[in-house]
Design a protein around this ligand. Structure first.
Ligand SMILES: [Zn+2]
Length: 698
């Protein structure tokens, strides 16, 4: 797919300011498709997947935050193939003509012309320099605490770390961070390696056959999570998941009489090797792969042949089938130098699963591209397609997107199950007072109802559910979306196409003339869209839309920041729903426990129950939830309705914090309130609620 048929989708990560405004203007003028504009604070490395986006434009701060920003950049680089790093230091800003240079750079990245050297890449060059410096001072004092090391390795704030430490009971802090999705297994291994002055065991270093099988018992290896890697003269090299444990090394020295060198294992790689070397037998994937001889040739005809071989077809269908069984929402297939990695996103969390060998990469990717009717000869540009499948008798729609990376194309498949599209508010997790208020605002004849929250917080699903409730004969509903995610019966849905000039604001202007009763706008991205939304609300339409803010009160100030006059905000907005998604406890295996007294005190849990003793629930894991203890997701919400007090405050241009305080005084519940209430009901856990609400002021 070339630039003619689809314009690059861009996300701007930048705090509000002149630079951001200019950047937006330039990109819009050039017809680039701005997917969203988020602030540095709102950016969460795991919530933006690379394939939703072609490019991230990051406006870096220099100054005191430089170190933090570089961590952010590292995280970005991991997720997105092309990140142009923008630098707002005084030196770069005053360079005249930066706008044109940026546009030229983007055009180059997305066209087939070979890139010409550009004099304008000082920003990028500078970042590389920064990175080198950073590696330079990355020497770490031995035995620094693992939590602190991890904080420095990943983009983890002290507050997040403290919060995780407070959740820690007898498990290791690395495990707590892992469960909360703050770090990956690789991060943990890297931190352990740094702390102990060791190196990480690479996947290729695991032996083909067990090493020293006669001398070391399988039981010892299994109980202590050790794999002998190799023997070299008098040296035995092992991989370990607990490299800090000197007992293991000492035992092996005694047992073998050799010197023992320890390498740090990455959990999933270690487990796969352990299963292969000492496990009961071959997995299904191993059996399939045994029948396939991959080779390095990769001309198109050859790819076609390989992709049509029976083992490859079975391999790909095994990957999709397992994903559907595991209730995954996305399948990520990512080639790296020596491995092909497969990960499923389950209940919002990416999890490593069994992967085919690296030599099958080209065949697997080609097979998926053939299924999605993509051009298998094109491997240098991103492509999008769709596949319809039947898995276990269910219709499954896969939205496939490919993006070229250093070691081949990376593929993300979004799984859309046709039967899970339409939800009701109960199923989504709405209940109590917030649910009643939300429905009340939804049922008003005109005005704006906003749903707000970070990417991946389920805003779209809530809007679709709301539309479904409003969708009765005699009402005309029109939506403007990008992309149209679900098709709703009897609703006119318009897909934004900015490459042909059909932007949100253009589409809106024409649909107002179609005399709808209800308008749904996928997202209020720019001032013009916001203005038209307000006008429509004031002329008798019900308008539903989303905004990208952390909490409900900030939405009102955001609208004013977008240029909507204060009196128009107060007269059009009826209510704002802020929401997050938490993982739902598996009802089959959750365990009821007495909440620890310090948790009860700190979170004031007694206010949510009449019982003397506060009880909460813990995840356990059973067959029905894939041993994770969680199954499905629930919303955690905050509903703010427009009251006279809030109207007065908006007119006085009070800030979001002040509005928040006033709304709380009038009885509005916080996201935390709703979440904790759900913990006591057994819907979810304190950990989950803290994970999604820690960024909100209470
Ligand atoms: Zn279970």
């Amino acid at each position: 797919m070339s630039i003619e048929s689809r314009s690059p989708r861009i996300v701007i990560v930048s705090d509000p300011g002149e630079l951001r405004d200019q950047l937006q203007d330039v990109l819009l003028t050039e017809q680039f498709d701005i997917v969203s504009v988020i602030t540095l604070d709102e950016y969460q490395p795991h919530s933006l997947t690379a394939q939703d986006t072609d490019m991230l434009l990051v406006d870096l701060h220099e100054s005191e935050d430089a170190e933090l920003d570089l961590d952010l950049v590292d995280a970005l680089m991991e997720e997105t193939e092309i990140a142009v790093l923008f630098h707002d230091s005084a030196s770069n800003l005053v360079v005249t003509g930066w706008q044109q240079k940026l546009v030229k750079k983007i055009q180059q990245l997305f066209s087939k012309q070979p890139p010409k050297p550009l004099e304008s890449l000082s920003a990028e060059a500078k970042t590389v320099q920064f990175k080198q410096e950073k590696i330079g001072f990355k020497s770490v004092p031995i035995n620094q605490k693992i939590g602190e090391l991890l904080r420095d390795i990943v983009n983890l704030s002290q507050a997040d770390l403290d919060q995780s430490l407070s959740l820690q009971s007898d498990e290791k802090i690395g495990q707590v961070l892992l469960v909360q999705d703050y770090i990956t297994e690789k991060d943990l291994a890297q931190a352990l390696a740094l702390q102990q002055g060791l190196t990480i065991a690479k996947p290729s270093q695991y032996p083909v056959d067990p090493v020293m099988e006669e001398d070391i018992s399988k039981k010892f290896l299994t109980e202590n999570n050790v794999i002998p890697l190799a023997v070299n003269g008098e040296v035995l090299t092992i991989a370990s998941l607990s490299p800090e444990d000197s007992f293991i090394r000492d035992s092996l020295v005694m047992l073998t009489g050799m010197n023992v060198v320890v390498k740090v294992g990455v959990t999933s790689e270690f487990s796969a090797a352990h299963e292969r070397l000492y496990g009961a037998g071959q997995s299904m994937m191993d059996q399939i792969v045994d029948d396939f001889d991959g080779d390095a040739e990769d001309d198109v005809e050859h790819l076609m042949d390989m992709a049509s071989e029976a083992p490859i077809i079975r391999l790909v269908s095994l990957i999709t089938q397992k994903a559907v069984e595991a209730r995954a929402s996305d399948i990520h297939i990512e080639p790296f130098e020596n491995e092909l990695k497969v990960r499923y996103r389950i209940d919002g969390v990416l999890q490593d699963v069994e992967s085919p060998p690296s030599y099958s990469t080209a065949a697997v990717i080609s097979r998926i591209k053939i299924m999605a009717k993509l051009n298998i000869a094109e491997r240098r540009l991103p492509q999008d397609g769709r596949v319809k499948l039947r898995v276990d008798g269910k219709e499954v729609d896969l939205r496939v997107s490919t993006v070229p990376t250093m070691y081949g194309e990376s593929v993300v498949m979004r799984i859309l199950l046709n039967d899970s599209v339409l939800m009701d508010f109960d199923t989504l997790g709405f209940d109590g007072e917030p649910r009643e208020q939300f429905i009340k605002v939804l049922m008003q004849p005109n005005g704006i109802l906003l749903v707000t929250g970070p990417t991946g917080s389920g805003k779209t699903t809530t809007l679709y559910t709301a539309l479904n409730k409003l969708n009765v004969p005699g009402r005309k509903i029109i939506t403007v979306e990008d992309p149209v995610e679900y098709q709703l019966e009897g609703v006119n849905q318009i897909q934004v196409k900015s490459s042909i000039g059909l932007t949100f604001s253009n589409a809106l202007r024409s649909i107002v003339r179609q005399d709808p009763d209800i308008i749904m706008i996928g997202e209020m991205r720019d001032a013009e869209t916001a203005q038209i939304a307000v006008q429509s609300a004031l002329t008798g339409h019900m308008v539903l839309s989303t905004l990208h803010t952390n909490d409900a009160p900030s939405s009102l100030t955001r609208l004013m920041d977008m240029g909507v006059e204060d009196y128009l905000v107060t007269s059009s907005v009826n209510g704002v729903l802020a929401q997050r998604l938490v993982r739902r406890l598996c009802p089959h295996c959750r365990e009821k426990v007495v909440a620890p007294p310090e948790v009860v005190t700190e979170l004031k849990l007694s206010q949510y129950t009449d019982d003397e003793q506060v009880r909460i629930y813990k995840p356990k894991g059973c067959e029905r939830c894939g041993k994770s203890g969680y199954k499905g997701r629930s919303v955690v919400v905050q509903m703010m309705t427009m009251t006279d007090t809030i109207r007065r405050m908006v007119m006085k241009h009070e800030d979001a914090t002040a509005i928040n305080h006033a709304a709380l005084k009038e009885g509005m519940a916080t996201l935390l309130d709703d979440g904790l209430r759900k913990c006591l009901q057994g819907v979810t856990t304190i950990e989950e609620v803290m994970r999604v609400t820690h960024d909100v002021s209470q």
